[in-house]
Write a protein that binds this ligand. Structure first.
Ligand code: OOG
Ligand code: MG
Length: 262
């Protein structure tokens, strides 16, 4: 750890205010080039603590930068995790309030819901497969608080991995009725196909993303509680959206998730 507790708290406040006021900021490593990985996650966990202390609940967890398309787009090559606050969640067909966001992008993801505690280290694919109850189509709306969506890994971890909104929809299926690896997705913006992909883009299999999450959380002596909603990471590159845009993502055998930006 290279930052003291006071600095962790003030950086958490700084980044959370940027989120709440939809105001971009400079990446924090510009001012704190020596911060380490633990500092970065400490800031994220402090943002989580701040929200919970105001009565918000954690709606789930997410992994980010789990596909090559995302890593290449953002210029970083390590997956990261973050949390989802209750007010991030929107229903299918939602009107997303663009004025509450800085420069939103959408990502096609598959989410899962667990039914057992998952704890690393040493968590593996079979543990995760036997702990997933349901698969839910989900579209994440990310919104980096950093100017021009430019950051390095430590800055983006501290910024809760750009988490901002997510929309669930389509049909929920039991894990045994879905092949997560070959699951196809088609993203359309204003009626035109803009991205296509399959589940295997996420670390070879979306459940591998949950394996990694359990093992990363173990480094902080945390686990994934039973009943956790987990978004496994964008399958394709993220797509920029603006006020007036309509987005639909079609999931093979799982229906669609749609939203408009108002
Ligand atoms: C970081 C968040 C990435 C994903 O699914 O890969 C993410 C970012 O690209 O801003 O949520
Ligand atoms: Mg995402």
């Amino acid at each position: 750890m290279s930052l003291d507790q006071k600095t962790i708290e003030s950086l958490a406040e700084h980044l959370e205010n940027a989120e709440l006021q939809a105001q971009d900021v400079l990446k924090i490593t510009d001012d704190y080039p020596d911060m380490d990985w633990k500092d970065a996650y400490d800031i994220q966990w402090e943002i989580r603590r701040r929200k919970e202390s105001r009565g918000h609940r954690v709606a789930g967890l997410k992994m980010g930068l789990t596909s090559w398309a995302k890593m290449k787009q953002m210029g970083v090559e390590t997956p990261i995790y973050a949390f989802l606050a209750d007010y991030f969640g929107l229903p299918d067909g939602a009107e997303v309030k663009t004025d509450e966001l800085i420069h939103p992008k959408v990502e096609a993801e598959v989410a899962v819901v667990t039914n057992k505690t998952l704890r690393g280290p040493g968590c593996h694919l079979a543990d995760v497969m036997s702990a997933i109850d349901y698969v839910i189509p989900a579209v994440e709306i990310i919104d980096s608080r950093y100017r021009d969506f430019k950051f390095d890994l430590k800055s983006v971890i501290a910024d809760n991995a750009s988490s901002s909104r997510f929309v669930t929809g389509g049909c929920v299926k039991r894990i045994e009725d879905v092949d997560l690896k070959t699951l196809g997705v088609v993203m359309e913006k204003n009626g035109k196909v803009v991205e296509v992909g399959a589940g295997a883009a996420v670390l070879g299999h979306p459940a591998a993303s949950v394996v990694m999450l359990a093992n990363m959380l173990a480094e902080r002596d945390e686990d994934i509680p039973a009943g956790t909603f987990i978004m496994t990471g964008g399958i394709t590159a993220a797509v920029t959206v603006e006020k007036g845009d309509a987005v639909t993502v079609r999931y093979q055998d799982l229906g669609c998730v749609s939203m408009t930006f108002v």
